[in-house]
Design a protein around this ligand. Structure first.
Ligand SMILES: Nc1ncnc2c1ncn2[C@@H]1O[C@H](COP(=O)(O)OP(=O)(O)O)[C@@H](O)[C@H]1O
Ligand SMILES: [Mg+2]
Length: 233
């Protein structure tokens, strides 16, 4: 494994509704180091802060305190618009409920991030088609999400996340809505992407089985890391 640290947090805190009666201290000083090419599972009980952590790492939300370094860049120093650009090129996000747009095709869903760059629509569609073909969806590119199975929808979401060739892929319970066989298929897909392209994966999951596909498991309880995990593979 590569020794380069691709993602690092220092003393990461998140407090929601700070200073009010509703204050929730969701993350309490997390220090995390992830190596390039690592596949890491993040586990912990419901409400322990997993989604909060991913949202901070993905730049969807801001920490209350602490730093996040992605590929050596302190992302808290980026202005909103720079963060959007940085995220687009460095981070792919995959959600439990796929987050596909209901009324547009697999192809149009996949092509979306590329439309935010300078390449032409035609070129963007060619790249998206190639990615969908690699994902085994070549004959379904014009299907709407509801004409695809759960596993196929998640593969569209994976295609969209991969299209920008991000260094890091964040998955928030990406198999949470899939049956066992389809979950296995998606995790095997992640493993082969990880092995072939050295993409780094952080996968939040409730399932020890899903976590077993990863190199190590970080366990969080009540906003604190209780186990950083040893490399298992
Ligand atoms: N937008 C928010 N406003 C206030 N509290 C929140 C918000 N999002 C999450 N929380 C709280 O922060 C804690 C961690 O939530 P979350 O990160 O969603 O946990 P997990 O993903 O591990 O289930 C919970 O107590 C939750 O209720
Ligand atoms: Mg969550």
């Amino acid at each position: 494994m590569n020794e380069e640290i691709i993602l690092k947090t220092t003393n990461l805190h998140k407090t929601y509704a700070e200073g009010t009666d509703l204050e929730v201290h969701a993350l309490k000083g997390l220090d995390i180091e992830i190596k390039k090419g690592e596949m890491v599972a993040i586990m912990g009980p419901s409400g322990c802060g997993k989604t909060t952590l991913l949202n901070l790492l993905g730049g969807i939300d801001q920490p209350t305190e602490g730093e996040i370094f992605i590929q050596g860049q302190d992302v808290s120093e980026l202005a909103d618009i720079e963060m959007t650009e940085f995220r687009l090129h460095n981070i792919g996000y995959i959600f439990q409920l796929f987050n596909l747009f209901e009324f547009i095709s697999a192809l149009d869903n996949t092509v979306l991030p590329l439309l935010l760059t300078n390449i032409s629509r035609l070129e963007a569609e060619e790249e998206a088609k190639m990615m969908l073909r690699q994902m085994g969806l070549g004959d379904k590119i014009f299907h709407l999400p509801n004409q695809l199975s759960g596993g196929e929808q998640q593969r569209v979401a994976v295609s969209r996340a991969l299209l920008m060739n991000p260094a890091i892929i964040l998955g928030d319970e990406p198999t949470g809505d899939l049956d066992q066989d389809t979950s296995t298929e998606i995790m095997n897909l992640f493993v082969s992407i990880n092995e072939n392209y050295e993409q780094t994966f952080l996968v939040v999951t409730h399932s020890e089985y899903i976590a077993s596909f990863c190199h190590r498991i970080i366990r969080i309880v009540d906003g604190e890391i209780v186990d950083k995990g040893d490399e298992q593979k």
